[in-house]
Design a protein. Structure first.
Lengths: 323, 207
């Protein structure tokens, strides 16, 4: 899939001189940063891993110690954003810097959909990945961020193949299901993962002329649709997110074909975060081994309480944000 | 003694970019086997430690009961290739470890600096200079990469950047690269490791 990855972005990468820091002095101009291969490459190195939401440096250290592949730094986990209401925005840079200093693994942070200045700020903080996320209140109801303009890579949420490929065409180097964040209910993540793989299965059995109509139907760029058909999978790494609360949830998503798992409220809203975090990390590695999963799932204490979808009003659904 | 004409190469599949290595080996006609538990090591002729997060891979190697078997495998002189995080796992000395240190396999007489070039914004592609491949066409992808800041007497540098930074070494049947050949269409490093595996089986080291 990697050759395809590099082919998505025809723009050349940026020379180091362009964003040189004192540390970069004397570097060879032949080094290229911010290329699509480099952006998508980090996502490839996160595969088979768990990315955990953390709100303090202490939680970040617990996540790293549990084997997280990366952490997502934010002020409030989605369950609290849901509870508090109001406008949810990018986190305080001081808080993000504290978390970057606390761990050696990659640190991600969220910006509002379309809020490219929040993204510029996170890039200035040298964050490793930006999540343009429906969990925060959208800043633009028409446009997502033009992610090609940034050297820092972006991950975006999707509910189906069309949405996934629209985000990739805007420059996303990694995808995740939207799920329904902060609910502890995996049902929406399952719906979105299944929708993506069902669309890909349909696509791979289509003739060339059928693909044009399909591209129009799902509002996906035809070139990316062709690439997806040839590779038989999305052109970038795709993680599960939104409502994963147990090791079994994580393994379910892996068996449905995702490359890794984001866990938001599920860890630090449970009774024993450290133990649960370790268990989910192991479940993502041993997702195909029910005996191992049984052992991993033992004695974790209560999971987060969770919310049934039927009790959520349409206006309370985060997944419907973004277009 | 098993003498396989086409060897089986194991790829440690705990976390990270393991499927890319499997795909690269498949392109040169070699079967790759994903390794998640000690029994998966049985009958392998070579082992690849892929890129990923070395802290996560170390913890998962501990919890899967693999850290001891991996150390024994390496101590028996069998071929191992570490890329990026895998190179960190193979190093005798590692700077920039997480708080409290991390589980390593060791064996390579080198000192490695983790995240040597900085965070993701400093990840890059660049020309690689190596006596093992044609320098004019070799390009490496470095993702939050480590670098080798000291090469001990037993190890031999086999790849450098234009500024002389060491990014690849060989020592006996051990190979380590800070960059990711498996993220490119260039399969020469996979062929170099395959040669090492074939030499090791013909020299009778393989059980």
């Amino acid at each position: 899939m990697n050759e395809e990855n590099t082919a998505i972005d025809s723009r050349p990468g940026h020379d180091d001189e362009q964003n040189a820091t004192p540390k970069d002095e004397g570097r060879s101009p032949t080094r290229q940063t911010g290329t699509f291969a480099v952006k998508a490459g980090l996502a490839q190195m996160l595969k088979g891993g768990v990315i955990m939401d953390v709100v303090t440096p202490e939680q970040a250290a617990i996540a790293e110690e549990a084997g997280a592949a990366a952490v997502m730094a934010l002020e409030r986990v989605p369950a609290d954003i849901r509870k508090d209401g109001g406008v949810a925005r990018m986190s305080d840079p001081a808080m993000i810097k504290g978390i970057i200093a606390a761990v050696t693994i990659p640190v991600m942070a969220k910006v509002r959909i379309g809020h490219f200045v929040e993204a510029q700020i996170l890039e200035a903080l040298e964050i490793d990945y930006i999540d343009e996320s429906e969990v925060l209140t959208p800043a633009d109801e028409e446009h997502h961020i033009d992610k090609h303009r940034f050297n820092v890579p972006f991950v975006c949420g999707c509910r189906d193949l069309g949405e996934a490929l629209r985000r990739v065409s805007e420059g996303a180097a990694m995808l995740r299901t939207k799920g329904e964040a902060g609910t502890g209910n995996v049902v929406e993540a399952v719906r979105h993962a299944r929708a993506v793989s069902r669309d890909i299965r349909r696509l791979t059995s289509m003739s060339d002329d059928e693909r044009f109509a399909f591209a129009k139907d799902i509002r996906a760029p035809i070139e990316l649709l062709r690439q997806t058909a040839e590779a038989g999978r999305l052109p970038v790494v795709n993680f599960a997110a939104g409502g994963i609360a147990t090791p079994a949830d994580a393994a379910l998503m892996m068996q449905l074909g995702v490359d890794g798992v984001f866990v938001g409220s599920g860890i630090f809203k449970s009774d024993n975060p450290s133990k649960r975090a370790k268990a989910i990390v192991q479940a993502v590695t041993h997702y195909n081994d029910p005996k191992a999963l049984a052992e991993i799932s033992e004695d974790l204490g209560p999971a987060m309480v969770g919310i049934g979808m039927e009790t959520l009003a349409d206006t309370e659904r985060m997944a419907s944000r973004g277009w | 003694m098993v003498r396989a004409t086409v060897p089986t190469i194991g790829i440690l599949a705990l976390q990270g970019g393991y499927s890319e290595h499997v795909a690269s080996f498949r392109r040169i006609g070699v079967a790759g086997r994903q390794v998640r538990s000690p029994k998966d090591l049985d009958g392998l002729h070579g082992l690849v430690l892929p890129g990923g997060e070395s802290t996560a891979i170390g913890l998962l190697a501990e919890s899967s009961g693999l850290i001891g078997p991996l150390r024994s495998w390496r101590e028996a002189g069998r071929p191992v290739w570490g890329t990026c995080a895998g190179m960190i796992m193979l190093a005798d000395q590692v700077l920039g470890q997480k708080e409290g240190g991390q589980s390593l396999i060791g064996g390579l007489d080198i000192t490695v600096s983790r995240n040597h070039f900085g965070g993701q914004l400093h990840s890059f592609e660049a020309a690689i200079y190596s006596p093992l491949v044609n320098a004019a066409s070799a390009r490496g992808v470095f993702i939050r990469a480590p670098a080798i800041i000291e090469v001990g007497e037993r190890a031999e540098p086999v790849a450098t950047l234009a500024d002389g930074t060491c990014v690849g070494v060989r020592q006996g049947f051990l190979l380590a690269t800070a960059f990711h050949p498996e993220l490119t269409a260039d399969d020469r490093w996979h062929r170099i490791f395959l040669d090492m595996v074939l030499r090791s089986t013909s020299s009778g080291r393989q059980s």
